[in-house]
Design a protein around this ligand. Structure first.
Ligand code: SAM
Length: 242
């Protein structure tokens, strides 16, 4: 059956391959591009997520689609040596960048290639699961949410940080920025306008605040809170497993 890769309709079997192509291509310049494109804001969005996570020493945490490891690194500091943070991603190139950066920061974590839609962990393993800017790229978002729910302990939380629907007065300016500025920065800096055009398109196609909330409820989260950040450019959804 069909799904979307950005604005393009593609066969489901193609989507994962195309997404892999994007992240293979952007991996070496990923962190620099994040800072440039978000004007550094992604750091504040992630810091907010870490604050909301409110981890304690000893907690077990899974970072899904962890990429270059920003969240995993901050989480690791909080759970201490009695806790555990597992850093995962489906893409080897991204994961390798992440592992190198973590080692440079003196942080050694279990790092694992895994598909969010089929997480290779036992039921009820983690206190917290996080996915930052990853859900948008997944083919079967429902299966991914269900799989993240399965590995959480009862009462555990899923934190989904993702682009969302921006407040109405900003829509035009935001669209102009995403469809004109982002691909140009991508072309200049990473020599890859196409991947950043996909980024803009995938942001537009991603479910907004209310829709994602209801998807999370359908996946088994009893209570879901939504925190809008930067006027809804990004939203943090916090789901509690009942
Ligand atoms: N979480 C990091 C961050 O916030 O900087 C990286 C986000 S990056 C935009 C999206 C990541 O999602 C990529 O590293 C990509 O490989 C990963 N990804 C895409 N589909 C995935 C899947 N099905 N399972 C796990 N990771 C996936």
């Amino acid at each position: 059956s069909e799904t979307h890769f950005g604005f393009q309709k593609v066969d489901e079997t193609q989507k994962a391959r195309r997404v892999r192509g994007v992240f293979d291509s952007v991996a070496p310049k990923y962190d620099l591009m994040n800072d440039l494109m978000s004007l550094g804001l992604h750091r504040a969005w992630k810091a907010y997520t870490v604050a909301v996570a409110n981890l304690r020493a000893g907690d077990r945490v899974l970072d899904v689609a962890g990429g270059t490891g920003d969240l995993a690194r901050s989480f690791a500091k909080r759970v201490g040596s009695s806790g555990m943070v597992v850093h995962t991603d489906i893409n080897e190139a991204m994961l390798r960048q992440g592992r190198d950066r973590l080692i440079d920061a003196g942080v050694v974590l279990p790092t694992l290639i895994c598909d969010a839609e089929r997480l290779p962990f036992a039921n009820e393993t983690f206190d917290l699961v996080s996915v930052a800017f990853g859900l948008r790229n997944m083919t079967h978002k429902d299966s991914a949410l269900a799989s993240m729910n399965r590995v959480l302990k009862p009462g555990g939380r899923l934190l989904v940080l993702e682009f969302s629907k921006v407040a109405k007065p900003l829509e035009k300016a935001y669209d102009w920025y995403s469809f004109n500025v982002l691909p140009r920065i991508g072309q200049w800096v990473a020599r890859d306008g196409d991947s950043y055009r996909y980024l803009a398109e995938s942001i537009r196609m991603h479910p907004g605040q209310a829709e994602l909330k209801s998807m999370m409820k359908s996946a088994g989260f009893g209570h879901v809170d939504v925190h809008n950040l930067s006027a809804g450019v990004v939203a943090l959804h916090v789901g509690i497993k009942c």
